[in-house]
Design a protein around this ligand. Structure first.
Ligand code: ZN
Length: 420
């Protein structure tokens, strides 16, 4: 059995919002066995000295797509194969691991196939030195909806229609969506994602459009639950979110236009929110120069909903500070920063006045719960997987502290150590 003894400088366990000192950790193979101030080095253990760093659980990003290589080349998705996209997923997951994010929740993308499942399995088999993936292969939705990438070829109707027919997760009707859910689960989906509303980046819809009818939505949720899979949905408006909560959905992604009543329903029904502040940062704080670089329809929609975006942002920040609502840390890094640069959301939460350890709790134990892995990851406790990151900058006062990672361990294996 391989034993490792880790000496921590400052220490955050992922649960209690305090930084402790003089904590030691004993790892045996891939599992944390002992944690505490009085833990001594076992005989024959390898010693890792992180006494100059702040030690945290490996961080988790709960909302990523990962199939895209560069944010400035978003349209490349029409020009590359699913095989190349799968390679991109692995590459982005390798980069994320080096940045201290040991688990990523992959929330559907433009692949027609199940490359994300293969990537997840290969990483789990240690074929690639990359972050663990928890996967929903596709965001299922309607023709012309937010996940119908063929809409972007709308000027060429023939090509658009041919592509739409190839996207197995785009369609209409109860039977279609029932089949898609079962197929996702058949090929190994960890959870199910619905593109329930329009979006800001899609050309021909509005963020408040309800794109599926009630029968279709209910079918997806019920079919997934019968197969013991949770369901989350891309949603902005309060009305659609409330409708889905009444239908028994497990989570909401974005929720950038929700209201007080929606938050209360989420608390009452144990529904989580992954709020993804960062992509709307330029709109909420109106950076005109950066906004001008966006597509005309993106700019138009952001301006239309600006007041509501700001009000909802303030509401969700208040809910995070209040601590009753389950709010996860997710970045949706697609078109603003590289897919692996998950630290940017930390910066955004900090600027909103959310304390550092509250933010990191969202990115660790709260996210582990959202992923259904609370018994395995998200905290440094005996019995958990040995996923550990460490940082040299001042976590509590430096709002970019997690942009520089010094140490990463996943499943007891060290993937980065700048202290050597
Ligand atoms: Zn997204």
């Amino acid at each position: 059995m391989r034993k490792i003894f880790i000496k921590c400088g400052k220490f955050f366990d992922g649960l209690e919002e305090v930084l402790r000192t003089n904590v030691n950790i004993v790892v045996e193979d891939d599992i944390i066995r002992k944690v505490g101030e009085d833990v001594v080095c076992p005989e024959g253990a390898e010693v890792i000295d992180l006494s100059g760093l702040t030690v945290t659980p490996g961080l988790i990003d709960a909302h990523l797509h990962l199939d895209n290589l560069h944010y400035w080349n978003f349209d490349s998705r029409f020009k590359i194969s699913d095989e190349m996209k799968t390679l991109n997923i692995v590459h982005n997951a390798e980069m994320a691991l080096q940045g201290g994010f040991t688990t990523l929740r992959y929330i559907g993308s433009s692949l027609r196939t199940y490359g994300a499942i293969d990537a997840r399995n290969a990483i789990n088999d240690h074929v690639f030195p990359a972050s663990r993936l928890v996967v929903s292969p596709h965001g299922m939705g309607i023709s012309g909806g937010h996940s119908d990438n063929s809409s972007n070829l709308g000027g060429n109707f023939y090509l658009s229609e041919a592509l739409e027919g190839q996207l197995g997760y785009i369609g209409n009707g109860v039977d279609f969506f029932k089949t898609v859910v079962r197929k996702e689960v058949k090929y190994g989906a960890d959870f199910i994602k619905i593109m329930a509303s329009g979006g800001f980046a899609s050309p021909n819809d509005d963020p408040c459009d309800c794109q599926l009818d009630d029968e279709e939505l209910r079918t997806i949720i019920d079919t997934a639950h019968r197969l013991n899979k949770t369901v989350t949905a891309h949603v902005y408006s309060a009305e659609i979110a409330k409708n889905l909560i009444r239908m028994g959905i497990d989570g909401i992604e974005h929720g950038s236009l929700i209201d007080e009543e929606t938050c209360q329903m989420m608390i009452d029904n144990g529904v989580y929110l992954v709020c993804t502040f960062q992509p709307y940062e330029e709109a909420v704080h109106m950076d005109e120069e950066k906004l001008k670089t966006k597509s005309p329809h993106f700019q138009r929609k952001l301006r239309k909903y600006l007041d509501q975006l700001r009000a909802s942002r303030k509401l969700v920040v208040d809910k995070i500070l209040e601590g009753k609502m389950t709010v996860g840390y997710g970045t949706d890094m697609v078109s603003v920063y590289e897919c692996w640069e998950s630290w940017h959301e930390f910066n955004t939460w900090r600027k909103e006045g959310i304390p550092a350890l509250r933010t990191l709790r969202a990115a660790t134990s709260v996210n582990a719960g959202i992923l259904g892995l609370a018994d395995q990851i998200g905290s440094i406790e005996p019995g958990k997987k040995a996923d550990i990151s460490a940082w040299h900058r001042d976590i509590e006062n430096d709002i970019e502290a997690i942009s520089e990672c010094d140490f990463v361990m996943k499943d007891g294996i060290v993937y980065r150590n700048c202290c050597k």
